[in-house]
Design a protein. Structure first.
Length: 84
């Protein structure tokens, strides 16, 4: 659960950071970020790291044949369950 961030400590804000990022909402307008230079710097560092990761590991959609192979393997497993 994301708490009201108007008057929270840096530790409390950072403890909720994953939830804030995961919510998809813009963190730039968060009252704590607007008033705390340290947490703004932390967010800038995290954004830099995230950008570097996206460059190193760009998202690529798997080929349609992959999904067909997965589906076929699941169907085969349901028909002839392996005995282990």
């Amino acid at each position: 659960m994301i708490q009201n961030t108007n008057h929270v400590s840096c530790a409390a804000f950072q403890a909720q950071l994953a939830d804030l990022i995961g919510s998809g909402e813009s963190i730039a307008g968060n009252p704590h970020i607007q008033s705390c230079e340290n947490c703004r710097a932390l967010m800038a560092d995290l954004e830099t790291i995230a950008g570097a990761v996206r460059e190193l590991f760009p998202l690529a959609e798997p080929a349609d044949a992959l999904w067909e192979q997965i589906e076929s393997a699941i169907e085969h497993e349901q028909i002839t369950p392996s005995q282990g």
